[in-house]
Design a protein around this ligand. Structure first.
Ligand code: C5P
Length: 242
């Protein structure tokens, strides 16, 4: 078998790559970001770090290290509460925030983000859910792919700047007329040869972008790699060829 070509010693960061910092606290998050340095320009901070200083880390990475920040909070509540929560977050000068894709939630989030640069990304259907889970939640009958696409379309109609979807759904969403100028952000991305972990419907970074993703979210294959800089650089190199 032929060996892949060696990677260049350095490459500029590519903000299509968002690294999910799924570590429990700000100390570990900062340590990883400092270790990775200039090779990654965009980080995702999620609910797992809420009690470990997630917002403080987001601020530090943004203000002190110049990184872009995706805050993955997946808000869902009555409109007034969503609007107030998003307005509070919009004051922090971050880049992306997730809410569930229900139209009333998306509309309220847009109100809360008004006047800021914060982009609202809508979650369509959580990728960990299958049809049985949808049944248990009394969600309308039908194919998962159709439901995801319809939820994306309704979220766009309600004003979402983008949606979160698996790479396998990206192409159908990209084809929606309302998707023009909107973002598609895909987790479930695995460089060839890396462990799938608990992700079920995976695609490589290059394929995710070819299917219509504007940004890919990759967590463990970067931050838990023996050499996170090399892991990130390999993804950036793959994106450059996509
Ligand atoms: O380590 P890994 O690359 O699997 O991390 C993927 C990240 O994307 C995690 O933070 C996970 O919570 C998030 N995510 C996901 N699937 C979704 C939404 C978010 O994997 N549908």
């Amino acid at each position: 078998m032929s060996q892949p070509a060696p990677l260049p010693a350095s490459l500029p960061a590519d903000d299509r790559l968002i690294v999910a910092l799924d570590v429990p606290n700000v100390v570990q998050g900062l340590e990883i970001a400092q270790r990775i340095g200039d090779q990654v320009s965009f980080y995702k901070i999620g609910l797992g770090m809420l009690t470990g200083g997630g917002l403080a880390l987001a601020n530090e990475l943004k203000q002190e290290m110049g990184k872009r920040i995706f805050l993955d909070m997946k808000f869902f509540d009555i409109p007034a509460t969503v609007e107030a929560a998003v307005r509070g977050i919009a004051r922090f000068d971050l880049d992306f925030l997730t809410v569930h894709g229900d139209p009333h939630v998306v509309r309220a989030a847009r109100e809360g983000a008004a006047g800021s640069g914060l982009k609202i990304l809508a979650v369509t259907v959580l990728t960990a859910m299958d049809r049985a889970d949808l049944d248990a939640s009394m969600i309308v009958a039908g194919e998962m792919a159709d439901i995801v696409t319809e939820r994306a379309d309704r979220a766009f109609a309600a004003g979402a700047d983008g949606v979160i979807a698996s790479p396998h759904e990206a192409a159908r969403i990209r084809a929606l007329p309302r998707a023009a100028g909107r973002l598609i952000v895909t987790p479930g991305v695995r460089p060839a040869g890396s462990a799938a972990n608990d992700q079920k419907r995976i695609a490589t970074p290059g394929d995710a972008v070819r299917l219509g993703a504007d940004h890919i979210v990759v967590g463990r294959p970067v931050w838990s790699a023996p050499d996170p800089v090399a892991a990130a650089r390999a993804i950036v190199a793959e994106l450059a060829g996509a």
